[in-house]
Design a protein. Sequence first.
Length: 416
Amino acid sequence: MKNYIENTVNKSNFFKLLHSSKEGNYNLRIGIIQNSLGSKLITPAFIPVATNASIRALDSLKLKDLEINGIFVNTYHMHVHPGEDIIQELGKLHKFMNYDGIIFTDSGGFQAFSLGQAIEHGVGKIVSIFSKEGKKRNNNIEKLAEITDDYIIFKSHLDGKIIKLSPEKSIDIQIKLGSDILMVLDECTSPLASYEYTKKSMERSMRWALRSLEFFKKNNKGNQYLYGIIQGGHHYDLRIKSTEFISSLPFDGIAIGGSLGTSKENIKEILSWVMNYIPENLPRHLLGIGSLNEIFTAIENGIDTFDCVIPTRYARTGTVFTNSYPFIKDITAKYYNQIETKKYNKPIDENCNCYTCRNYTVAYLNHLFFVGEIAAMTLLTIHNLYFYSNLLKNIREAILQNRYLKFKEQFFKKTS
């Protein structure tokens, strides 16, 4: 596969679609994204979240060892600390964090949700986002974000400073950060938002997309790329209107954001609505999605990249992925007697070739986690990211060899 990629890519292209095929009802594709430093990201690809220009518990060299060629950095958090002007002065993100892979930056729109409506409605991207009722709001938790028609007003979670984030300001920050792929400022709507509010929010996001694009065109130096974002919640007419509008503008790529419904089945439905309206030659990114089932759903609907905190956040709580059903394992349980101990004297997954599984047993990892050693989080994060990276590599190979359906069937086979 490596030779195939090397022989096909045109070095002048930011994104090139290399292969497309259809298996069953699935529209499958292989592509390549390349930045100005020459780094290549083969798609479909999972993009781990490096909120503060770092995957928690790992450094950039570890990412290179794991062949992680794309990360997602958060604009709001980098603005709050250390600030985009400082990062620009220090050589921008790639040099700042010693990472030459593809760097995506969020616009700050998701933080308007996570620090605003998510608190109000008791929902989140990972926990309870599909809840139809959410959780009762804790009145002691202060909302730190409010949305106006012109900008988002944040109250810094670090020092309480008021930050006004407009579409122009968001793009200016991202340009100074030097990321490869920028996102327009938008609003990520809550799954509990009404149709009326979702429509108003979508129309505001459309106006912000135009403002973001205009500022970007005037200030981009030619080595950064801007994605428009489709909104509309789980409403068919709004999603179609947003998709047609965003796809009609000269964006370098398209992202799909906001609420993806009140059940996980809605993700498949919403993707089926919008994909026929997105130009085939543009890269497509699905924002904030990354469970195993969601990854397969995204790929089957022609998504090229997707980001999520699941593998890294799970690792920090002692939850790891394995190659057999039910695919996740909690390594934090205590063991008391000799019989139980023997069950722990083996790697997380005997079929895994990651650094952690080659060198350490569950018993040792359990001990590190129990006594609070930072090494536990590092080793578990390495394992989970390797699992995701290897899964996507196998999926890409299966697509190229026209055996995706067989691969999926074998992967989800319920073995113990």
